[in-house]
Design a protein around this ligand. Structure first.
Ligand SMILES: C[S@@+](CC[C@H](N)C(=O)[O-])C[C@H]1O[C@@H](n2cnc3c(N)ncnc32)[C@H](O)[C@@H]1O
Length: 238
């Protein structure tokens, strides 16, 4: 039995267990490409296993992939090597502590801006993101569109990735604005015994209005939200 957090405890299982959340990657990558000059410098914050960084590298952007989990970045590097990408640049760092100055044409954060816990942390983080951007640069992120929901029903799925398979039951518990996400999974490889995996992480739910306010406080001025229903997409310029 494995229990903990896929980012830190079993990062090699992340791409298998989180397939539901990887489906929107192509649209997100296209959005970044539309708002970044050709071959531009991109900082992928909380880059994880590189599901965004790798397609951006294939498109010729100069990508720095930053994450606080060494294990997730190891997976990214292994994937880049397999795909014969030579210029994958990774940095192990907490995104709340970045100190870049006017280096990037774009900063992207996919499925991770909610790890800024609370409005203060979000504004502080966005100030650092703004400092990292060149004049005219863009921040592109996605996030759940919080609408005062009271409950998030469980979801079950079966996933396959090569010879590996998983049955995943996702549960969510909201306490104030903190959402505790717990996945109970059975993971197995062809011809082998299944293993039981419990994976837990928590993040903060923001409304669109709160994102807008924090972006303005941090000095972003052209803020465009798109997306419908459950997910917000945001492009904000300085
Ligand atoms: C849901 S994954 C998203 C990965 C990637 N952006 C993607 O779209 O596939 C969240 C990632 O955020 C990272 N993370 C969470 N909090 C972080 C922080 N404060 N600083 C840097 N990385 C963080 C985790 O280690 C994990 O790799």
């Amino acid at each position: 039995m494995l229990s903990g957090n896929s980012y830190n405890t079993f990062p090699t299982l992340y791409d298998l267990l989180y397939q539901r959340y990887l489906a929107s990657v192509p649209d997100f990558v296209s959005l970044i490409a539309r708002h970044t000059p050709a071959k531009g410098a991109i900082l992928d914050l909380a880059a994880g296993t590189g599901e965004v960084s790798i397609p951006l590298l294939h498109r010729g952007f100069a990508v720095t992939s930053l994450d606080r989990s060494k294990g997730m970045l190891n997976v990214l590097q292994a994937k880049a090597k397999k795909e014969k990408i030579k210029n994958a640049r990774v940095k192990i760092c907490d995104m709340q502590r970045i100190t870049y100055r006017k280096q990037f044409d774009a900063v992207c954060i996919r499925q991770a801006v909610n790890y800024f816990i609370g409005a203060k942390a979000l504004t502080k983080g966005l100030l650092r993101v703004r400092a990292a951007l060149k004049p005219g640069g863009a921040l592109i992120f996605n996030a759940p569109n919080y609408h005062d929901e009271k409950a998030y029903p469980p979801v079950a799925n079966i996933y396959d990735r090569g010879t590996r398979h998983a049955f995943v039951l996702e549960t969510n518990m909201l306490s104030g604005r903190l959402l505790k996400h717990v996945q109970y999974s059975l993971v197995w490889e062809d011809g082998k015994k299944p293993e039981y995996v419990t994976d837990e992480n928590s993040f903060y739910m923001f409304t669109k209005k709160e994102f807008n306010r924090a972006l303005r406080h941090a000095g972003f001025f052209r803020i465009l939200f798109s997306g419908s229903g459950k997910t917000l997409y945001c492009v904000a310029n300085i």
